[in-house]
Ligand binder design. Structure first.
Ligand SMILES: Cc1ncc(C[n+]2csc(CCOP(=O)(O)OP(=O)(O)O)c2C)c(N)n1
Length: 735
């Protein structure tokens, strides 16, 4: 028999036969502060959650539903919801339906079952994801939707908890999370082992250990198994009950009163002490992992039956009976009436419209524009004070690193909700001084030296963005973003899509990267691939080649984050940070004077740079490739009589296709210079673009080899050089 049916029948048989079991806990409702009304309401929520599970399986069998990962056995999430406030943002495990159902009681006018059934049916009217994903979530209930990647929501939960303290210190008004809010992040016992989860626990501990407020409850819903792999008995308790600066609380998820006791204690501790808690709740997984999972292939019949005997709904019924709250007949009536009511709602939900066009699917990839946070227009005096110690340098041309640093300072002065976070960005000012003096100017609450963990840095940014901050996280070197890539690819970039544009996490991720460094090297400091950013829908990838552009591009990125809620990756070419000269020593052609905000011509998203007007050849490049192409162009003109123009892409994603076609259309030939590895490089997209949009245009490319970068003088052997660009250009032009 189907597990859901077996458990259903056992529940009814126990109620009809009057054979309810002993409770698994002696926790007393009055002692833990659980009122009689609340207990009855919890029972209702639990029955609703159970019947939603049963219904979703039936809908899937009919081809009307698309998701059956169940919450059965985890119904005491309702008791957790009872212990938390609506203002407590909840990043939930996928078995937490009962949490959402029960939380909805805190807000009048909610229709959680209708909402969830629309989601089961993948209807475009599903209020959380618009039919894009079956997720638990509700904007009104302060439950952002989570992706399927287990544990990946934990770093942002830490970030959100951290941001509550930051907002408090900065006295920011109107942040989405109240000042006394706490954060809830739930996950399974197998997920607790994931390095992402472990990183999040460690980060919360690291912060709390040094007194940083971290009002956060990690809820481990321990059902003893992850798909088919058993968690060693006792592992979660052994691994978590004695960690530095992490309070451990255990409760039974089989007993409503004990679950509430544990959750209330955890919430109280996190709220009053502003310190993190690990709440360990025993649960049972009743229907196997998900729809098609056959438990019998990896669990014995006896094991499955033993689990079925631990049904929390049966224990809740025992509590109702013990406390004289509901008779067995009344419980049967509630259970069956819930089933019938939900079935009626489902018949309506499955008729609601689905997503029918690619445009409707894609409508929420880019988040909606928002009311811009109030920019404080700094007075000249404010700016003068800000830059007092740099005044002597400010009217002289400077290199990119210093120009970026001043741009950051001006942005932070104008927008009190911008924070900068990363490894060593504080008093040291970062490895390349780009965040120099920001710490002394804006303090530790806005210029945050993080621990050494890229997932946590990006998680901090995502969580802080959920709370109305505009984070500018820094990744020290491009090669080190890869171990945290999912936080961009799977989390930050997907949030608007999966929440139908209701949630956004605007941020500018600054990353120092690319090759050509002299004297400091090896592959990991000269990583020359941007492939991982090129295929992420909605992500903006900015790569300036010079300081003047970098200033205006960073200002545009701030506007895009603040006004348009965009996620931006801003890659800064390390080799050009301190570069001053272009053609000859002392020419200072790669420096620029720092323009105050509004003084220089802005560079909008998608605006490319065009140098020269030669018609024989257009060289299309970016970053170091653009710099070298500018050197090559002079040789081509002066020594070979080739008239060329050099185009700087500036924005690699989205590619400014129309602008590029317009800027090259009147040229005879196009040479693409790409410093990234040939495979996966932008040159692939550019070759395709020219083939499609300018058929017949002779087009060639020069790229880096598919190699890693070696040390010392060999560091540039695999990369395009000024001379190889000249050679490739001559070959193309002269045929
Ligand atoms: C990073 C990642 N790896 C693998 C998976 C596939 N997967 C989905 S759920 C799951 C098991 C999770 O078990 P547990 O955390 O104990 O939660 P439970 O399902 O038991 O509630 C796995 C391996 C995933 N979703 N994400």
């Amino acid at each position: 028999m189907d597990a859901a049916q077996a458990i259903h029948e056992k529940f009814l048989a126990r109620l009809r036969g009057g054979t309810l079991p002993e409770r698994v806990s002696a926790a007393d409702p009055a002692m833990v502060g659980l009122s009689r009304e609340a207990m009855v309401e919890l029972f209702y929520s639990q029955c609703t959650s159970r019947q939603m599970d049963r219904l979703s399986r039936k809908l899937q069998a009919r081809g009307e539903g698309f998701y059956t990962i169940g919450s059965s056995g985890h119904e005491n999430n309702a008791a957790v919801a009872e212990a938390f406030r609506l203002g407590d943002i909840a990043f939930l495990h996928y078995r937490s339906n009962a949490f959402q159902i029960h939380r909805s009681r805190q807000l009048p006018g909610q229709t959680p079952c209708w909402d969830m059934l629309l989601s089961f049916a993948a209807s475009a009217e599903d209020p959380i994801s618009g039919g894009r994903h079956k997720v638990i979530g509700s904007r009104a209930l302060n439950i952002p939707p989570q992706t399927s990647t287990i544990a990946s929501h934990l770093p942002k939960a830490v970030g959100a908890a951290f941001s509550i303290g930051i907002a408090r210190t900065l006295k920011l008004e109107d942040t989405p999370l109240p000042r006394d809010a706490i954060v809830l992040a739930s996950f399974g016992d197998a997920s607790a082992n994931h390095s992402t989860a472990q990183g999040a626990f460690n980060t919360a501990q690291w912060a709390a250990f040094q007194g940083t407020p971290m009002p956060l409850v990690f809820l481990c819903e321990d059902n003893g198994i992850g798909i088919s792999t058993r968690t060693p008995r006792g592992w979660i308790a052994a691994a978590f009950q004695d960690r530095a600066a992490l309070k451990y609380i255990h409760c039974s998820g089989l007993d409503m009163v004990d679950a509430y006791r544990g959750a209330a204690e955890a919430a109280h501790y996190a709220r009053t002490r502003r310190r993190p808690v690990f709440l360990h709740m025993d649960c049972v997984r009743l229907y196997g992992h998900a729809g098609s999972d056959m438990q019998a292939t990896y669990l014995s019949k006896a094991e499955i039956e033993a689990d079925e005997e631990r049904d929390p709904l049966v224990y809740s019924a025992a509590i109702m009976a013990e406390q004289g709250l509901l008779s067995n007949a009344e419980m049967i009536e509630i259970y069956e009436e819930t089933e019938a009511r939900l079935a009626r709602i489902a018949e309506q939900a499955i008729t609601r419209p689905k997503l029918t066009t690619s445009a409707s699917v894609m409508a929420s990839i880019v988040p909606p524009k928002c009311e811009a946070a109030k920019a404080n227009t700094p007075s000249p005096d404010d700016r003068q004070a800000l830059f007092a110690r740099d005044a002597a340098m400010m009217d002289k041309p400077q290199h990119m690193a210093r120009l970026l640093s001043w741009t950051l300072a001006d942005l932070m002065l104008a927008h009190g909700n911008i924070i900068v976070a990363g490894e060593d960005v504080g008093p040291k000012g970062g490895v390349y001084n780009v965040t120099a003096k920001l710490h002394e100017r804006f303090g530790s609450a806005r210029v945050i030296n993080t621990l050494l963990d890229e997932q946590s840095i990006l998680g901090l940014a995502i969580g802080a963005a959920h709370n109305g901050l505009i984070p500018i996280p820094e990744i020290q070197f491009l090669a080190y973003v890869h171990n945290a890539e999912d936080q961009i690819r799977g989390e930050a970039a997907t949030l608007s899509f999966f929440s139908n544009g209701q949630y956004a996490n605007p941020m500018i991720i600054r990353i120092a990267g690319l090759g050509y460094q002299k004297g400091f090297g090896g592959h990991f400091h000269n990583d020359n691939s941007l492939a991982i950013f090129r295929d992420i829908p909605g992500l903006i990838l900015a790569v300036p080649s010079n300081g003047a552009d970098a200033v205006e591009m960073l200002r545009e990125c701030a506007r895009l984050a603040i006004e348009e809620q965009r996620v931006i990756v801003f890659v800064e070419p390390i080799a050009l940070y301190m570069t001053r000269d272009l053609h000859a020593e002392g020419d200072a052609l790669w420096t620029a004077a720092y323009p105050a905000p509004g003084e220089a011509k802005p560079i909008g998203l998608g605006e490319i740079g065009v140098h020269g007007a030669g018609k024989e050849l257009a060289i299309v490049s970016y970053a170091n490739g653009y710099y070298l192409s500018r050197q090559a162009e002079r040789i081509l003109t002066e020594e070979h009589g080739v008239s060329a123009r050099v185009i700087d892409l500036r924005w690699l994603a989205p590619l400014a296709e129309d602008a590029l076609i317009e800027a090259t259309r009147d040229c005879a030939k196009v040479l693409i210079v790409d410093e990234c590895r040939k495979t996966g490089s932008q040159s692939e997209a550019l070759m395709a673009l020219f083939a499609e949009r300018l058929p017949g245009m002779p087009c060639a490319r020069i790229t880096a080899e598919d190699s890693f970068i070696p040390l010392g003088r060999a560091a540039t052997l695999t990369l395009p050089s000024r001379d190889s660009i000249v050679a490739a250009a001559l070959e193309l032009v002269r045929g």
